[in-house]
Design a protein around this ligand. Structure first.
Ligand SMILES: [Zn+2]
Length: 233
């Protein structure tokens, strides 16, 4: 293998590692964004639950106020019955109102008790959910920190690979480098080994003379189909 091919293979290997590194970065950044979404979702769900409980408590308070109001009505009717000089018809009406209001109060008090129970249970459940949320937050934070540390280490290896690449291209002729860069824009693997008399890049059969030239050490030989630089191991 010529020195030129050895240099090109090393350059290709550095470039492939750089590509892999940037793909890993993209994957990790996607994972990181997903984790951050999960943190936000968990907090939103919890905030919604708290808001639902607040509404429940408000509804329960309103119901209690309504019970108080009905109670005040009954006392007012009763007072009128006891003290005012009224017709028999009005007496009957007031008595009927008292009965029906008492019945409503009874129903509403049952409902109020049920909703107080529900509120009590939800307070307990919410406290448990709060603890679970804190634990979840710790887990997600740890996973994000882990991703950040992976990203940091990839950044460092990219910087290292770039230094290696710069040192390598420094030692290559400008012509060789420009040949490589032009092919690299088209292929991730611009340098292909001859395998079973074919180009390992495009898999097509090479002519005998191409293989013969690739075997020699005079200049670069291109695949006649895809124009990758071919060499014989
Ligand atoms: Zn080819």
């Amino acid at each position: 293998m010529s020195n030129e091919i050895a240099q090109l293979l090393e350059l290709q290997s550095i470039d492939q590692r750089l590509t892999e590194a940037s793909e890993r970065i993209k994957r990790l950044q996607r994972d990181r964004a997903r984790l951050e979404d999960k943190v936000v979702e968990a907090h939103q769900a919890h905030a919604q639950r708290k808001e639902d409980l607040r509404r429940l408590e408000h509804a329960s308070l309103m119901k209690n106020l309504e019970v108080d109001e009905l109670d005040a009505n009954i006392r007012a009717y009763q007072h009128r019955l006891d003290t005012a000089i009224i017709s028999f018809k009005e007496m009957e009406d007031l008595a009927a109102k008292i009965i029906s209001e008492r019945k409503r109060i009874g129903q509403m008090e049952d409902e109020a008790l049920q909703s107080m129970d529900a509120i009590g249970r939800e307070h307990e459940a919410l406290a448990a959910a709060e603890t679970a949320l804190t634990e979840r937050q710790i887990e997600l934070d740890a996973a994000i920190i882990d991703i950040d540390s992976q990203l940091g280490s990839i950044d460092r290896s990219i910087a290292e690979l770039r230094l290696q690449r710069a040192a390598l291209t420094e030692s290559m002729t400008e012509f060789l480098q420009s040949q490589y860069e032009a092919l690299h824009r088209k292929f991730p693997d611009p340098i292909a080994v001859v395998s079973h008399a074919s180009c390992s890049g495009c898999k097509l059969k090479l002519s005998g003379s191409t293989i013969e030239r690739a075997r020699g050490s005079l200049g670069l030989v291109a695949c006649e189909h895809c124009s990758r630089i071919v060499y014989v191991e």
